[in-house]
Design a protein. Structure first.
Length: 328
């Protein structure tokens, strides 16, 4: 029996993208069974109780590229069991080829994941035809799972052009996309014709929402530094859209925006992408709301000044969250 799938209209609000918490010692290549199951369950339950609308996992900062197959299954199962149907859970199933991706995606269906956050296999830079066919093949092979396209040009050596979006919008299972930047947002929205819900990052959400009314959801890795910041952003934008008065949402972005300043080394997304995992996990742990644990090899090395910038970003986010608690 086929499962009922989400539509683009079902994707709303704040979607937390989470790390894969690691046990101490996970940075050693000899380590096995590195998933901190208890912290994973605490993180997911806490996010849902705080009001997030969905969970995205096992992308870059989720260390899908550095977990073993067995670790991935343990993590997926913990996510799904803890969420217990309260919110949609998307798990990353990108592998280095289509056949392994299909096999892991089928496992995700068996475990009960709502969807897969699916990037393009990372080896050769793909042509548009290759990228589109990959999504078609996985969707044909695994029809009972939703697909969130993981559109990260640095990770996947692909710029996700407009003709790519126009073609993947024809795949019924593709309902959303983790989206970066707003420079090409309006042309990409025109290409997908409402069939895919594009999710900008939290820092871009206010601006994107002002650009187009279809933007009513976003992804947020900062949620695990303090989820109240993410849900407040969601609620203020929703209130502004309802009332037509954007002043409070704009003022809130004036408080949120500065927390990003030290996260990106030298203000560079490209440099950030080189050390993405280490920077995000340092930021998250410094926020104090959860313990992301160490990074798995080989991406556990990062310049200390970069790490300290990420920690400062996490502390600033957490301070904003505590201020919001006091204002409530």
């Amino acid at each position: 029996m086929s499962r009922e799938l989400l539509t683009a209209d079902d994707v709303k609000g704040a979607w937390a993208i989470v790390p894969t918490p690691a046990k101490q010692g996970a940075s050693d290549w000899r380590a096995t069974n590195t998933v901190d199951v208890d912290e994973t369950a605490r993180m997911v339950d806490g996010l849902i109780k705080a009001g997030v609308d969905g969970i995205l996992s096992m992308g870059t900062l989720g260390e899908a590229a550095t977990m073993t197959y067995d670790e991935k299954l343990v993590f997926m199962q913990t996510l799904v069991d803890t969420a217990a149907g309260r919110v949609p859970v998307f798990v990353g199933t990108t592998c280095i080829n289509t056949r392994d991706t299909v096999a892991l995606t089928r496992k995700a269906v068996d475990i009960g994941a709502t969807g897969t956050m699916l990037g393009i296999p990372m080896w050769c830079a793909p042509s548009v035809d290759v990228a589109v066919q990959f999504y078609k093949d996985v969707s044909e092979a695994v029809p009972d799972i939703n697909v969130a396209i993981y559109a990260n040009p640095e990770a996947f050596k692909f710029d996700f052009p407009r003709n790519f979006w126009a073609q993947v919008a024809e795949i019924p299972q593709v309902v959303t996309a983790k989206y970066i930047g707003v420079a090409t947002l309006l042309p990409d929205l025109a290409a997908i014709k409402g069939r895919i819900k594009l999710l900008p990052i939290d820092f871009d959400y206010y601006g994107a929402a002002r650009m187009d009314d279809s933007i009513n959801a976003f992804w947020t890795s900062g949620a695990v530094c303090h989820p109240l910041v993410s849900t407040t952003l969601r609620d203020l934008v929703a209130q502004a859209r309802e009332s037509g008065d954007w002043s409070q949402a704009k003022a809130f972005m004036g408080r949120l925006g500065p927390t990003a300043a030290t996260l990106f080394p030298n203000g560079s997304f490209k440099e950030f992408s080189t050390y993405n995992i280490a920077l995000e996990k340092a930021r998250m742990t410094a926020g104090g709301w959860m313990d992301a644990g160490p990074c798995r090899p080989p991406y556990h090395l990062c310049p200390e000044p970069y790490l300290e910038g990420a920690r400062k970003s996490g502390r600033m986010w957490a301070e904003l969250g505590k201020a919001l608690e006091n204002e409530a």
